[in-house]
Design a protein around this ligand. Structure first.
Ligand SMILES: NC(=O)c1ccc[n+]([C@@H]2O[C@H](COP(=O)([O-])OP(=O)(O)OC[C@H]3O[C@@H](n4cnc5c(N)ncnc54)[C@H](OP(=O)(O)O)[C@@H]3O)[C@@H](O)[C@H]2O)c1
Length: 264
């Protein structure tokens, strides 16, 4: 597994396991399988309603907590100082852990300055190790840094071969851009894409692996989600090959510069 060093000094795996839309017993099973396979980053959120199950899987895995990088996020209606304080403590309880590796503001809020105050207190108290944001575009990112007095360690945003977010990445300096929906969450058939499939044939890899590798190789960590065991293995198996600059250029030309979700 390759890692990126955040400006907080902490190491974050380049491939993590996304858990949106996996709940209940299936979540315990999938996170446990992912940890057994070697995933060491688990991406959850209060909004996913699976923190308890993620916590159970972490405990059941027997993997040392210090080896795992755990991300969770605060969402409305906790977009206030008191709400964020409460959200952090509740996430810690649900996840059954003493600390969160990366705590993100899930989406842009006008109240983010107050939320950051609560997050900084939690950082000082050892409840959180790195602070970040999610779904902030270039303008909102600049406003956040200026108004909140914090350079976030991570900005987790929509990013995949069809929306590679190069301008945002370039504008964020020390902040690491992490990709959510790196396989487009089924919005566009990336895993059967003929260009990616053809490139994959050269390396003995699937289109999904090429789509993920193209991001990772450009320094963009990814958190693909799958509830299918074989795909968990597939999505982790990215580190025994390197895309040529020609192939990377072809993939870069697939960028439409447009969101597939239109949420933010
Ligand atoms: N911060 C945010 O606002 C935000 C927003 C969205 C997502 N996220 C995070 O990012 C994670 C990933 O995003 P996502 O879940 O939206 O979508 P995704 O990872 O892009 O795609 C997941 C879909 O792709 C399928 N899949 C996964 N690996 C595959 C493979 N190797 N071959 C073929 N199909 C494959 C999965 O199917 P099966 O499960 O059926 O195998 C699932 O339908 C989330 O789980 C969440 O942790 C964050």
């Amino acid at each position: 597994m390759e890692h990126v060093t955040l400006h907080t000094g902490h190491q974050m795996p380049m491939v993590g396991f996304g858990t949106w839309q996996i709940t209940g017993d299936q979540c315990v099973t999938c996170v446990r399988q992912a940890l057994d396979l070697g995933y060491r980053l688990i991406d959850t959120a209060r909004m996913y309603e699976n923190e308890v199950e993620v916590g159970k899987a972490l405990k059941a895995s027997g993997v040392d907590r210090e080896e795992i990088f755990l991300t969770t996020k605060v969402f409305q209606p906790d977009n206030s100082y008191a709400g964020t304080r409460r959200s952090i403590d509740q996430s810690l309880l649900r996840l059954d852990t003493d600390y969160i590796d990366l705590f993100l503001i899930h989406e842009p809020y006008d109240e983010d300055r107050d939320m950051v105050r609560a997050m900084k207190e939690a950082l000082e108290a050892g409840k959180i190790r790195s602070l970040g944001i999610s779904n902030y575009n270039k303008e909102l990112y600049a406003r956040f840094v200026a108004e909140c007095g914090l350079v976030p360690a991570v900005n987790q945003v929509e990013c995949h071969v069809f929306h590679q977010q190069g301008a945002l990445k370039a504008a964020m300096g020390e902040t690491v851009m992490q990709a959510w929906s790196p396989l487009t969450c089924g919005q566009r058939p990336v895993v059967t894409d003929p260009i990616l499939t053809k490139i994959g044939e050269k390396y003995g890899k699937t289109a999904a692996q090429i789509a993920l590798k193209a991001l990772v190789q450009q320094g963009i960590p990814v958190v693909p989600k799958t509830a299918t065991f074989s795909r968990m293995q597939e999505n982790l198996d990215l580190f025994d090959f390197t895309l040529s600059s020609e192939d990377l250029a072809v993939i870069q030309s697939m960028d439409t510069g447009k969101t597939l979700f239109g949420w933010y």
